[in-house]
Ligand binder design. Structure first.
Ligand SMILES: Nc1ncnc2c1ncn2[C@@H]1O[C@H](COP(=O)(O)OP(=O)(O)OP(=O)(O)O)[C@@H](O)[C@H]1O
Ligand SMILES: [Mg+2]
Length: 524
């Protein structure tokens, strides 16, 4: 019997659900695609053996390369977007990951659309099926150029800083808050002949290893002061002797300051230590030298003062002795010539007074006193000197010419001192003409020159030989000379605010010129 269709059963499955699901899926995919295209990273994928299958939109925008561009003719990943210098290393890492399945991480310079290269970090992970077999590789490249540049700059700066720390001509060290050394700069290592690591000794702290290098006389104090500072947080500052690697002790000036965190807790100590040995030695030498100099100057001025007194007193003393002899002769004559004896006795008194005057004035000169000055006419002084020196000049056959400009203003001066100057200069002039033949003339002249009166004592002797030395105390070319005359003259003139110098006299001989200010001045 033929089968008979008894009834048709219809099944109606609502596909509405499928359609909805499909739309939702498409929407999800679209959103995912959008997400992938907008994340600020370059995303790509390859097959399990490295054939590119996808690049996101951003990849093409940023690099300027499409999926085809990064696919080599053999269908594998082309590395043309990697900088030639980094390519070999990247290729090796890629090959290793594809071979072994380990995640891929690499940093290299990656091409940009404009032809430039930027540092990029690329990571790729495999997607596996349930059996663990790799289905795909998904990769992400992130631009790390700014970070790399910043890191490079930081490393460069760190290198410079550590160079600086090693180059500063001082010792730098760091200590823990408890005072254990954790860093010495190179200078310190070289000086001590030991690095921080060498201070580790069994049974002793690192700090003790450093204190061992401090001079035994300073070590106890160093320890005490430093421990005190570590306990209180006060700045450490001290001078002590430190043993150099060659065994010599050198003076150091050392400081250490604590570095605190925001809460004020000490996190480290920074120590700075200068070698001040040379400086201390130089200071000591300087101190000794200036002590010696002070002694020498004292001795010299004492010698000069004595010589000056002797020089100025010698002359009247000579005259006193000569007159005393004469006086005795007159008195012992038969009959005694009392009249003549009285005259010579008067001369003795005069010379003795003049010697006393001179001594007094020399003392005043060394005190730079102006008390004894009074306004005086120069022609009077010149005349007196001519009279005083007349006898000596006559004995030496010297003619003296005095020529003082008429109407010269009065000058504030110490009469005895200026007389001493003139006498010294005249006597030098007479002595300079000692051995010359022909006429011996000594000129004394005075003129006004602006704010000064200028005096000039000239001779026609043999002239000056060592012009730069004649004013030095004790310089003399004479057998019985003391070498003080000109030195005394100069200090007298300078104490009056004037100047004294020597020049050549025409046609021959020497001239000594001095000035005296019309307005009274003391030497500065
Ligand atoms: N008019 C002059 N002509 C040439 N040389 C001179 C003259 N006056 C001074 N001198 C030189 O200067 C030197 C120093 O002179 P100064 O008067 O200081 O000392 P002195 O005459 O040698 O000794 P004293 O201390 O006894 O005066 C002299 O020894 C001489 O060589
Ligand atoms: Mg002299």
């Amino acid at each position: 019997m033929g089968a008979v269709v008894a009834a048709w059963c219809g099944t109606s499955i609502g596909i509405d659900v499928y359609r909805k699901t499909e739309t939702a899926l498409r929407e999800r995919e679209r959103q995912l695609q959008q997400l992938i295209d907008t994340v600020p990273a370059l995303i790509w994928s390859t097959t399990d053996d490295g054939a590119p299958t996808y690049v996101n939109k951003r990849f093409t925008e940023v690099i300027g390369a499409t999926l085809q561009d990064i696919t080599a003719p053999n269908g594998k990943l082309a590395l043309s977007v990697i900088h030639p210098d980094d390519r070999a290393a990247a290729a090796q890492a890629v090959a290793r990951s594809f071979r072994t399945g380990v995640s891929y991480v690499a940093r290299y310079r990656q091409l940009r659309r404009d032809g430039s290269w930027r540092w990029t970090e690329t990571r790729a992970e495999p997607l596996r099926d349930d059996s663990g077999a790799i289905l795909r590789w998904y990769g992400v490249s992130v631009d790390i150029e700014d970070m790399v540049v910043a890191q490079q700059a930081l490393r460069e700066r760190e290198r410079e800083l550590s160079q600086l720390v090693d180059m500063v001509p001082s010792h730098l060290w760091r200590l823990t808050p408890e005072g254990e050394p954790i860093f010495f700069n190179k200078r310190m290592v070289d000086f001590l002949g030991l690095d921080v690591a060498d201070t580790d000794r069994p049974g002793s702290s690192r700090l003790e290893a450093v204190i061992e290098k401090v001079h035994p006389d300073d070590a106890a104090r160093f320890r005490e002061v430093l421990h005190g500072c570590l306990a209180t947080g006060e700045r450490f500052s001290m001078r002590y002797r430190l043993r150099r690697s060659d065994g010599t002790y050198r003076w150091m000036s050392s400081r250490a300051d604590p570095m605190r965190d925001q809460s004020g807790r000490i996190v480290q100590w920074y120590g700075l230590c200068h070698d001040i040995d040379d400086q201390l030695r130089a200071e000591e030498a300087l101190r000794r030298a200036s002590e010696k100099l002070a002694q020498a100057t004292q001795a010299a001025s004492l010698a000069e003062l004595s010589a000056a007194i002797a020089h100025e007193v010698n002359q009247p003393l000579g005259a006193i002795a000569a007159n005393a002899h004469a006086c005795r002769r007159w008195l012992s004559a038969e009959p005694p010539n009392v009249e003549r004896a009285k005259i010579t006795a008067d001369r003795i008194v005069r010379d003795a007074n003049s010697a006393a005057d001179v001594v007094g004035r020399i003392r005043a000169l060394f005190r730079q006193s102006v008390e004894t000055r009074s306004r005086t006419a120069l022609d009077g002084i010149f005349e007196e000197v001519r009279r005083l020196m007349a006898e000596e000049a006559a004995r030496c056959r010297v003619r003296m010419n005095v020529d003082v400009e008429s109407g010269l203003p009065l000058v504030a001066l110490d009469r005895v001192q200026v007389q001493q100057v003139l006498i010294n200069l005249v006597r030098n002039g007479i002595e300079a003409m000692d051995c010359i033949a022909g006429e011996k003339v000594l000129e004394m002249r005075a003129r006004r020159m602006g704010d000064f009166v200028q005096a000039r004592i000239s001779d026609c002797g043999r002239g000056i030989e060592l012009a730069d030395r004649i004013f030095e105390p004790f310089f003399t070319t004479k057998q019985n000379g003391m070498g003080m005359g000109l030195a005394i003259c100069r200090s007298i003139i300078e104490s009056h605010g004037g100047r004294l110098w020597a020049e050549r006299n025409e046609p021959r001989g020497a001239a000594f010129v001095f000035t005296l200010p019309l307005e009274a001045k003391t030497a500065p």
